[in-house]
Design a protein around this ligand. Sequence first.
Ligand code: NAD
Length: 460
Amino acid sequence: MNLERIDEVVKNQRSLNQSKSNFSLKERLSLLDKLEKSLLKYEKEINEALYEDLRKCHFEAQISEFLFVLNELRSAKKHLKKWMKRKSVKTPLIYFPAKSYILSEPYGSVLIISPWNYPFQLLISPLIGALAAGNRVVVKPSEVSASTSKVISKIISETFDESTVYCVEGGVEETTRLLDNRFDYIFYTGNGHVARIIMEKASKNLTPLTLELGGKSPCFIFGAQKIDLVAKRIVSGKFFNAGQTCIAPDYILVEDKHYEELVNKLEKYILKFFGKNAQKSSSYGRIINERHFDRIVELIESEELLYGGESDKDDLYISPSIISAKKDSHIMKDEIFGPLLPIIKMQNLKEAIDFVSEGEKPLANYIFSEDKKIVEVILDRVSSGGVTINDTLMHIANENLPFGGVGESGMGAYHGKSSFDLFSHKKSVFASSSSFDPPFKYPPYFGKMRLLRWLLKFFG
Ligand code: NAD
């Protein structure tokens, strides 16, 4: 990629924002329409690219990438008129007859940088929000998922004029060049190390940003009764995309009495979902590349394996695996981001809560319990980006729930209307009237304080 070209396009997008009116409702709907048509046209190629990059099976690719995004797009089109409406707010009587309202204004030029694990969804979903909010956008797909990056680039260049949406393919060099340019908003999804680089770059121009990061998302199993169902739901969430999901359950904290039964049931569902040899299952994905494969295999070698542990480097295959862990095990240090599921026995709920609270705030928290009091205690004591109770992953599926992290797992949240709000500056407008001009607010102020206090008391 020609780096000078990047500067040229970004500067052009910014200068158009300064010299032209914001995109109207009609224009935004037309951009979303065009995007929808292109996505439908390239559906097959998108699925094929996801298969090439991650061996993502058709079902997973559809529900977590293609249909997910299509649903988001259609919902934005349906609600955009309402979302764009100015929002009237109350004005204290003392300012009568003034009016007050909030306008949703596009930031201007938005940069979206996305990762490789859901390479289509994590780029197109924020793009929908940014376009709905009226911005011009530059997108940078992950170079690690090269096939999907190529399809995205083709879709963007065929669908949009580069002054509206532009796709930059590439890695560190291209991203660094992009970040040396000035944007009005940056949206980054990926790891915390790169997030720090991006935040530092953004600080030069005080550019606001959203960081969608990861972390170690726990499963609490306390006061649960249906261990069979618990195991089924954990296995389905953990091994989706071969464990390479930002909100995958990272590890399990289970009360002593359910430990044995839980391990047996987890094994039962791994077998039921993926068969004796998951490598032959058409429902099981692969590790993205050799670097991540080596990292995950190394983790297995240092732990006490209860189930699985097979791998094949030529095929980038690692089997669904269960590990018996302790609070200070090596596997408990960083986000696993692979198909290894550590289980830690806990003496009581307090020990489990203290353990999670002492670490960094996770992106997701999973609470399996039939006891409402236990659920409330965990909700109160454990901070996390989001929570699903008695299941895994599901809070991401409801677009009415803002999705994002807190602390080390990120900042800012999107999906549905939250995406529109995230990519809009909320401009406060106070519209005064020229028909009435009370004299008490003007100098000289002498003797007006008592009147002001009185007015504030009764009309403020
Ligand atoms: P990645 O390696 O694809 O990197 C993400 C993006 O950062 C890419 O576009 C890449 O080109 C860019 N990048 C890499 N190094 C850079 C540098 N030095 N300077 C500038 N840009 C750079 O993906 P990753 O970071 O390995 O993604 C996995 C992580 O993302 C996990 O921690 C996961 O939990 C997290 N994640 C979070 C979410 C979420 O929604 N919160 C979703 C998916 C993944």
